[in-house]
Ligand binder design. Structure first.
Ligand code: MRU
Length: 355
């Protein structure tokens, strides 16, 4: 089973290797990037997608830029890294993990004790590798904290893809579902298809099938129908950026789901690593929302479905206000409202090295 053993992002023979998510579920293929420019292009074109996965891809891209640099002193190497950071950061704007990962690599270069440039380059590669390993560990911690919220028998609505494919391995919200399933809980997942890129229908379903987790794909607009007609125990989604007040940017359609969940008293949980939290933004309206090509809406798998001449808008994310969110599941535990307090307290404990 591919998804139980393969990492989504890994380093091999000087190349950044990525499961090519544009080709799933039909074809399983590894895309290989030889330069950080190719990594940026792979992020932009969604060969790799999902906030944590694009962060780690960018970290390896930074290592690649260092290894390819002709710099012979630390200062020149740092200048080359700054230029690479600019290219990678621009690839996609909304996911906090991308700029976080690039900043981590720059910080390592700045603070490393390696005076020798060759050693520093190797140190940067080792640091990216550590970040990839950390991502797996963190996801499993999120899974353990989140699984405690899932009843023994549960129907869960999930939006987009937040599984192994959206991370290095395991997943965030889908990782919670995976962990709960492994504890023997009897789950049924209602999988939002997630127009326009269909991450739910194509990727989440592909992962759940391999994990043997019962599920049903539903149209995004069907969640209200299901909440009225049958018992839904909780909604579980991921996040691309979380503001200091707990507002959450996530895949377009998340906000609608949260409103419907509130109407039906269904708990609505967000699962994300701390690297998705952006304490510099006071609220979610300050989050930059990526606008993608209208073709993603007017076409499906390269075939136009809208009339010629019709216009379309394609915001890739929306912001769910904090008051719709029952809890934010992180590797440090489950945060509860008021998030201005719980996020600030956790940020302080992390800063002081107390967690
Ligand atoms: O545009 P994508 O596919 O990169 O968006 C990713 C998401 O929005 C996911 O919903 C996810 O929650 C964030 S990554 C675990």
């Amino acid at each position: 089973m591919i998804i139980t053993e393969t990492r989504t992002v890994f380093w091999e023979d000087g190349q950044v290797c990525l499961i090519d998510q544009r080709k799933l579920p039909e074809t399983f293929e590894i895309a290989r990037c030889s330069t950080h420019f190719e990594v940026a292009e792979a992020i932009q074109s969604m060969v790799v997608r999902g906030a944590p996965a694009i962060g780690i891809a960018a970290a390896f891209g930074m290592a690649q830029a260092a290894l390819h640099s002709a710099a012979t002193d630390r200062q020149a190497l740092y200048a080359d890294l700054m230029a690479a950071a600019e290219v990678l950061r621009k690839a996609r704007p909304t996911a906090a993990n991308l700029s976080w990962a690039v900043a981590q690599m720059l910080r390592y270069a700045e603070r490393s004790e390696h005076q020798d440039v060759t050693a520093l380059k190797q140190g940067l590669l080792a640091h990216a590798q550590r970040m990839a390993d950390d991502d797996v560990r963190i996801n499993k911690q999120i899974g353990a904290h989140g699984a405690a919220l899932v009843p023994e028998v549960a129907t869960i609505i999930h939006h987009c893809n937040t599984g192994s494919l959206a991370t290095v391995f395991w997943g965030t919200a889908l990782g919670v579902i995976r962990s709960a399933h492994m504890q023997g809980k009897r789950l049924h997942v209602l999988v939002d298809e997630t127009r326009p890129r269909l991450q739910g229908a194509k990727l989440t379903s592909w992962e759940l099938l391999q994990l043997g987790i019962p599920h049903t794909i539903i149209a995004d607009g069907a969640s209200g129908y299901f909440m009225r007609r049958r018992r839904v125990d909780l909604c579980l989604v991921g996040a691309d950026r979380i503001a200091a007040n707990g507002d959450v940017a996530n895949k377009i359609g998340t906000y609608n789901l949260a409103i419907v969940a509130r109407e039906h008293n269904v708990p609505f949980y967000v699962a994300a690593p701390w690297s998705t939290v952006d304490m510099s933004l006071a609220h979610g309206d300050l989050i930059e929302i990526e606008e993608r090509s209208a073709d993603e809406v007017t076409m499906i798998n390269g075939v136009r479905i809208a009339p010629d001449g019709a216009c379309a808008a394609n915001p890739a994310f929306d912001v769910t206000p904090h008051h719709y969110i029952s809890g934010i599941i992180t590797e440090y535990g489950v945060l509860r409202p008021p998030y201005t307090v719980s996020l600030a307290q956790l940020a302080a404990r992390i800063q002081e090295g107390k967690v």
